[in-house]
Design a binder for this molecule. Sequence first.
Ligand SMILES: [Zn+2]
Length: 409
Amino acid sequence: MSLAEKRLYYHDSYCTRFTGVVTSCREAEGRWLVRLDQTAFYPTSGGQPHDTGRLGDARVLDVFVENGEVVHATDRPLPEGEAVEGEIDWVRRHDFMQQHCGQHVLSASFEQLYGMDTVGFHLGAEWVTVDLDAEPTWDQVAEAERLANQVVWEDRPVYARFVTKEELAALPLRRAPKVNEDVRVVTIEGFDHNPCGGTHPHRTGEIGLIKVVKTERMRGGTRLTFVCGKRALRVVQARFEAVNELARRLSVSVEDLPAAVEKLSQEAQGAQKRMRVLQDQWLDLRAEALVRRAAPEGGDVQGGPWICDAVEDVDTADALRGLAQRVTGREGGATVCALAADTGERVSLVVVSRDPRVDAGTVVRAALAAHAGRGGGNAKQGQGSAPLVPGTDASTVCETVRRVLASLA
Ligand SMILES: [Zn+2]
């Protein structure tokens, strides 16, 4: 029996029920590997994933080719030598047929319009990709998408056949076959000839719609993500819903969305700028207040006090650092400033020092080590954090810092 006779999907991609005789069944890693004298189950190959379905009462979990034979991995054993009825999951198969045939049409469109070759293909659970050996502009992609959909609307016949070497030599194939014998050529009438072992619909109209979703540059080529048929409808519906929702929230029409988003973005930038100015001013005032009410923790009070404080109104490590730098940077400010604050799920600690006796990084490391935290820095500035847990908060971290500073004074 030839290869083509054993694989029913080669001649009829719409065959969902068939009867085959079990020629072997063996257990492997909790599954059973079943071979049949003939099958309609498509094995993973050529970028198209395998079918699922059932053989008798057994569920078919995987289908692959081993030593030139189709192997069905099932969840239970089947009796050797007996006939079994098979049924493939048609929803899954038909989805693959739409995506796979859509790829033929899209790849041929790029080839015919721009001479760009397809060098890779992947049919995933959600998206389909082709890799082109060139870098088309987005306008070129849109033009190829138009041509591909034109071919869909023309509802051209699609047929597959095994060809002789002589027939093969006479065909203008889009790419060379990967096998030497049993070459199967898939023809989209008047449009494309391509060697392929996959499953295709009878006519291009069944692809429904071909929609390119995005392009990514990669290694001198381009990866194109697209969807066909039912997937394309789902994607278009989801995008419409998202865009309509955005327009509703911004109280503008869909057509006015780009302008509305641009305006929002400019307003946000302006607000951010104003916020930075205000935060600077606020940190200056905050630093002044800290220095004024400073209870010196030691050091040379004439030269400037050491300040160690837990602050409540600073919620980022960046702002905390800005505050400590201001406290030590001011005329008559502190020579050492250690500030701790609860920032989210951690306690942040910043130490800034211009007293040669106090190495800021060392103080941070020593204090945080006592609270299962991490930190570091140099002699002038150190920072780090510890998890905010019972027994560790900004106040207790400050107490630890005071003890470390006292040992240096
Ligand atoms: Zn194909």
